[in-house]
Unconditional design. Structure first.
Length: 442
């Protein structure tokens, strides 16, 4: 270890211990309308931004413009004979705040199809990367490579009136959303399928076409992709990918730059990477318990061992939610309706058993505010059932979906003229002085 690093280590250890003690002893002290603990622990529940497209209710789950996921599965337009909503419809809802007609959703789908041509240089850039490059790294690089097409950046350089910013952000956002399925499928086929690519089918909807270009033409997989793309679109503005997109966009970076920032956040294991961690944990559970379908008692003991080893049960808990995530329930419903009638899937059955035994165990620790499953607890096993076993690609699918919400929000940010985001901050020494001042006043 070099001298600078040694000096830092000598300071960092005691400082971390001091902060931990400060939170434990003075975490409830209010620094205005918020507490010391909130300042140090991720600003949880602090209202500091406006997001029009969705709101996360701790007891009801995510609502998109006031509609719950079960309501949207019922009310949003679907493909002829289909049972899952079209993502085109939820984009319309998030952008305009009203439910679309089938004609509205079809219009958006046709518009995206016209905009979906990806510039050749984007594929050239991807082809220069080692095939072993992580899919999310490739995804972010491809997004930034498309920035050469930014209509907003070109307009801003010419000195467009700020009242018109939203119009150019809209055009960039629509182009970007339209092209993401093609980019994602190219990355998937390049990395996992020896570069054998599949051309888009102009007759298919946005999510169905994504499944097709990935190489999955089974109708049920297309239905799953429509559901997956719908339930992952947004989760109010404070999550990392949405907040990062909003933050970078507030500097008037164009939608390509802003969305790329959001995707680097989505790639983190505490955010979008979690779904592949869940599946890896389940596969390890099954292997260590002898393969096949374990018993509930075996799973109970495995969960207890996981906790005793100082690890978490991935896919359980949420920073805001205090009930089972409705997105988990929607996927559970998909399994029961589409897969289970044709024969049980072991991995999906294990998910159901974990759902039964994990919450009481987690709740009994007294340390977990929400012992219920979130969206990541189910998504990976459904993809695996249909043959998509490449776990590190799952976050790219998450990213394609999340584009709908964060870019709809970005359009609104510019339409409402939101300024650059610049919150204040304090030093630990400043917080200690503030606490002393508050306590001295009684």
């Amino acid at each position: 270890m070099d001298s600078l690093k040694e000096k830092f280590a000598a300071k960092a250890g005691p400082a971390a211990a001091e902060v931990k003690a400060l939170i434990k002893e003075k975490g409830d002290v209010k620094l205005g309308e918020y507490t010391v603990a909130q300042v140090y622990q991720g600003m949880k529940s602090m209202i500091g931004m406006v997001t029009e497209t969705s709101k996360l209710d701790p007891n009801e789950g995510i609502r998109f413009r006031g509609y719950t996921i079960p309501e949207l599965r019922e009310k949003l337009p679907k493909t002829p004979g289909g049972t899952e909503p079209l993502p085109e419809g939820i984009f319309y809802l998030m952008l305009l705040g009203e439910l679309p007609t089938e004609e509205d959703a079809l219009h958006i789908g046709n518009d995206w199809a016209r905009r979906a041509i990806v510039p050749k240089h984007v594929f050239d850039v991807l082809d220069k990367l080692p095939a072993s490059t992580h899919p999310m790294t490739q995804f972010v690089i491809a997004i930034l490579a498309m920035q050469t097409e930014s209509i907003f950046a070109a307009a801003y350089a010419k000195g467009v009136n700020k009242k018109e910013y939203w119009s150019y952000v809209y055009e960039d956002s629509m182009n970007l959303i339209a092209r993401l399925p093609r980019v994602a499928a190219y990355i998937y086929r390049r990395k996992y399928k020896n570069g054998v690519h599949i051309e888009p089918d102009p007759k298919l909807d946005w999510a169905g076409n994504l499944a097709h270009m990935l190489g999955y033409d089974e109708d049920n997989m297309k239905s799953l992709m429509r559901l997956y793309m719908t339930i992952h679109v947004d989760h109010e503005g404070g999550n990392v990918s949405a907040h990062a997109t909003h933050l970078v966009g507030s500097a008037l970076s164009d939608p390509y730059m802003a969305f790329a920032a959001g995707m680097t956040g989505l790639a983190g294991p505490l955010h979008g990477l979690a779904n592949q961690e869940v599946l890896s944990w389940i596969l390890k559970l099954r292997e260590e318990l002898g393969g096949g379908l374990p018993s509930e008692s075996q799973i109970e003991e495995y969960i207890k061992k996981t906790l005793a080893d100082g690890k978490v049960v991935p896919g359980y808990g949420h920073a805001v939610l205090r009930k089972t995530d409705p997105r988990f329930t929607a996927q559970q419903d998909f399994y029961n309706n589409y897969i289970r009638p044709n024969g049980k899937d072991d991995l999906c059955e294990i998910v159901q058993m974990i759902y039964k035994v994990a919450p009481p165990i987690l709740e009994s620790t007294g340390k977990i505010k929400n012992p219920w499953p979130n969206v990541d607890a189910h998504s990976g096993v459904l993809l695996t059932h249909y043959g998509m076993v490449e776990h590190d690609f799952y976050t790219v699918l998450f990213g394609v979906s999340r584009a709908l919400g964060v870019l709809a929000s970005l359009i609104w940010d510019r339409a409402l003229g939101h300024p650059i985001e610049r919150p204040g901050s304090m030093t630990t020494e400043g917080i200690k002085k503030k606490i002393a001042s508050i306590e001295a006043k009684g």
